[in-house]
Design a protein around this ligand. Sequence first.
Ligand code: KG4
Ligand code: ZN
Length: 377
Amino acid sequence: MRLLQERAAPGNRMTPSTQTVLGLETSCDETAASVVRLDADGTVEVLSSIIASQIAAHAPFGGVVPEIAARAHVESIDGIAAAALAEAGVGFEGLTGVAATAGPGLVGGVMVGLSFGKAVALARGLPLVAVNHLEGHAVSARLAAEVGYPFLLLLVSGGHCQLLAVEGVGACRRLGSTIDDAAGEAFDKIAKTLGLPYPGGPALERLAEQGDPAHFELPRMLLGRKDCDFSFSGLKTAAARIAEGLTTQAERADLAATVQAAIATQLAERSDRAMGLYAAEHADEGLRFVVAGGVAANRAVRARLQAVAEKRGFSFTAPPLAYCTDNAAMIALAGAERLALGMSDPLDAAARPRWPLDEAAASANPTHAPGRKGAKA
Ligand code: KG4
Ligand code: ZN
C-alpha cells in the first residue's frame, strides 16, 4: 500500500474515484493477470498478480517463438484471469474497468489478451483501456513506492532501451533510445555465445558473480557522443569473438563479468547525461530517477545507476524484482491511472505490434532500432 502524489499531464484532471482494475498482459512470453486498486487519494494496492511463464516452452528454441507464445496465451488466459480475480477476492461486479496490453509486442499474443479484455468489458459493461506495454513499465515502480510525476525513466528490457521524461499520465518525451539492440537483447545474445540457457540475462548475471570485470577489453560504444542514445551491437560482436577462443569456465565467467560491467557503464553514462538535461528543465519539481524493465533486475546495473542518481541529486527507485520483468499489475495500474482521468478506449481498439510511447520522437527519428522483438520498441 503506497500513497502516490498524482500529477496529471497538462490539461488532465484526476477524478476522485476508486478504481479496481483487471489488468491483462500477453505481449511476449508471459500470460499475466492482476487486480490493482487505485484509491481516490492515490493509494495503490496490488490485490493479486499472477504470472504464467512460458520459459519451458521456448527454451528448446533459445528464444521466444511467436506462434508457440500465441497458442499458449490462448490456452491459459481465462484460467489466469479467473485466478487473479479469485486471489484478489473480487468478482467481475467489483471491477471498475479492464486494462489489456494492446502493444507493442508479438501481435498474436497481444490479440489474445486484448480480445479477452474486450469480451469482459462488453459482457460486464466496463470501460476498456488499451494499454501501451511501455506505459505499464513506466508506472511499474509506482506499484510499490511513492514516485510522483514527473520523473526521468530508464526503460531497459529485452525489446526496449530508452530514456524518457515522464511528465504525467500518458505524457512521455523520449530523450534517447538504442540505435541497434536493446540492453536485454545484448545480455541474451551474448549469453547465448557463452553457451548459457535462455533467458540469458539472469544466467549471465549468475556467471558474472565469479568473474573479474576488468579481465577483457571491450569497446566503449558511442563514447563522447552528446546525445542520450545507446548502442550495443559492437559490444555483442566483440564479446562473441572473444567467446570463441575461451576454453575454461573461469575465462567465461570473466567475460560475463566484463560484459555486464560494460552494459552497466553505458546505461550509467547515458543516464548521467539525461539527468543533466532533465534537471535543467525540472529543477523546481523534485528530481526523480526510475529504472524499469527486465534489465532493472540486474544488481550490477542497479548499483551503477543508483550511484549516478545520488551524484546528480536524484532520488532513485527501481521496482521490486517481480515488477521489473513483464507482469499484469503494471498494466492494471496504467489502466487505473487513465480511468481516474476519465480516459478509456473504444471496443474496436487495435492491437499494435509497434507503438512508441513518444510517437513524435519516433517518427522524427525512424532510424532508431526497435530491438529484437521488432515490434516491442
Ligand atoms: O521486461 P521484460 O520481462 O520483457 C520485455 O518487455 O522485453 O525483460 C526481459 C529482458 C530479457 O532480455 C532478460 O534477459 C532481461 O530482461 N533480464 C536481465 C535480468 N533479468 C531479466 N538482464 C540482466 N540481468 C538480469 N538479472
Ligand atoms: Zn516488457
